[in-house]
Design a protein around this ligand. Structure first.
Ligand SMILES: [Zn+2]
Length: 409
């Protein structure tokens, strides 16, 4: 880590893994644990950056694959980087594009609790899907979902794109597998991801020198290994030991499909191998029980499209669980979405009004629902952080989960 990027651990839970802390970046600090709001194409869909700040978001994560295709990383670079381009003054993240690119190939979604029982065939995941990406030891060749153009990502290409995008935190290019891949494939894939990590680190240092004068961009290595304890632990140890020019990764990402019931266990294996003085990001979760499990197991930051995506489909998070505001129950309900929420939507609008907007297919429906769901999610993780610092994580976890999953409303 450098003077421009560092992590200061705060309070540690009695289990020695979960903790609070602060990530320092050139564009500001992130108090952790923290939920990072997703703005895939350099916009958090349907809301202004002022609203993203208004929901308490400390950072935004955009996607290298999408911005590579459109508008192109050179445009973002010329604009002064992702934050300047999208008018977001705070810290930014980009993911490597690997997950999106490889999703094209196998037609899988990052599904928690995927039932892999009885399935152990590397081909099954491609059945019935048009294969848009092919992975080899050097990289991935894929077809644009926008216009059918052929492209190739290698570790070096991903690093070049992410440097041009200019986010404060970037991720190494990795191969994403699914729970449906065989153990043998996971082993081969992990070797490939490890080799790519070394290439990413070397290219990252080269580009950092080449682009001297720009704000420092931190690079996180990504730990794969699916559901296997030995593979996950080895991957974490190998990445932690990896250095180029005497410098290692600035932090780590935990990737891959995770079975929901084993989420905390797997994150715990990884984090007990990683150096505690560096931050850890868990990619792609946002359900309340997953936050508690992952934070307890030592994850510091999270990102997920779900709060905004489900919000655009009228699904609303409340302290008493999730409900759909477009059903008849909300038609004459003049209460806010969540009486205990402090967001702009809940301060000014009713369930009946949201119900009307969704039925009328008005754009404001997406805006107001997104503001509420993002605020709910950001605040939950903020509250978990406060509970760690106050020494009452276990009590807060029990209270929150009992109420959220009690299926009342
Ligand atoms: Zn609200």
């Amino acid at each position: 880590m450098t003077a421009e990027f560092s992590f200061t651990p705060g309070t540690t839970l009695p289990n020695g893994l979960g903790r609070s802390g602060v990530i320092h970046t050139p564009h500001g600090d992130i108090r952790t644990p923290a939920f990072v709001v997703v703005g895939t194409k350099a916009t958090v869909k349907a809301v202004l950056p002022e609203s993203v700040a208004g929901v308490g978001a400390q950072a935004v994560l955009a996607n290298a694959y999408h911005l590579f295709l459109q508008p192109g990383p050179d445009i973002v670079d010329a604009a002064g980087g992702l934050g300047a381009f999208m008018n977001w003054p705070g810290p930014t993240f980009t993911d490597s594009g690997g997950f999106q690119v490889m999703s094209l190939g196998v037609g899988f979604k990052k599904v928690l609790a995927m039932d892999a029982t009885g399935l152990a065939d590397d081909d099954v995941i491609a059945a019935g899907k048009e294969r848009l990406a092919h992975v080899d030891d050097d990289g991935v060749t894929f077809t644009s979902h926008l216009n059918g153009d052929r492209h190739r990502f290698t570790p070096e290409v991903s690093m070049r794109i992410q440097h041009e995008l200019g986010a404060d935190i970037m991720f190494a290019f990795d191969e994403c597998t699914t729970l449906l891949n065989t153990r043998g494939y996971q082993e081969r894939s992990l070797d490939r991801t490890q080799a790519w990590a070394a290439r990413c680190l070397a290219e990252h240092h080269r580009l950092t020198e080449e682009r001297a004068g720009k704000p420092y961009q931190a690079l996180f290595g990504v730990v794969q290994g699916a559901q296997y304890e030995d593979l996950r632990r080895k991957a974490a140890r190998d990445l932690a030991a990896l250095e180029a020019d005497g410098r290692g990764f600035d932090g780590y990402g935990i990737g891959g499909a995770l079975e929901k019931e084993n989420l905390g266990t797997i994150v715990g294996w990884v984090n007990s191998e990683l150096p505690p003085e560096k931050p850890r990001h868990l990619l792609g979760i946002s359900e309340p029980d997953d936050f508690f499990a992952a934070i307890e197991a030592g994850a510091d930051t999270f990102d997920c499209v779900m709060p905004s995506r489900v919000g655009r489909n009228a699904a609303i998070y409340t302290l008493d669980g999730r409900f759909n505001v477009n059903t008849a129950a909300s038609r004459r309900d003049f209460r806010p979405l969540d009486a205990e929420c402090d967001c702009y939507t809940c301060a000014n609008y009713t369930r009946a009004y949201l119900h009307h907007l969704f039925k009328a297919k008005e754009m404001l429906a997406a805006t107001l629902a997104t503001i509420h769901n993002e605020r709910f999610t950001v605040r939950l993780v903020d509250d978990i952080r406060a509970s760690i610092d106050a020494g009452r994580f276990a009590e807060f976890k029990a209270e929150f989960l009992a109420r959220f999953y009690s299926a009342r409303r």
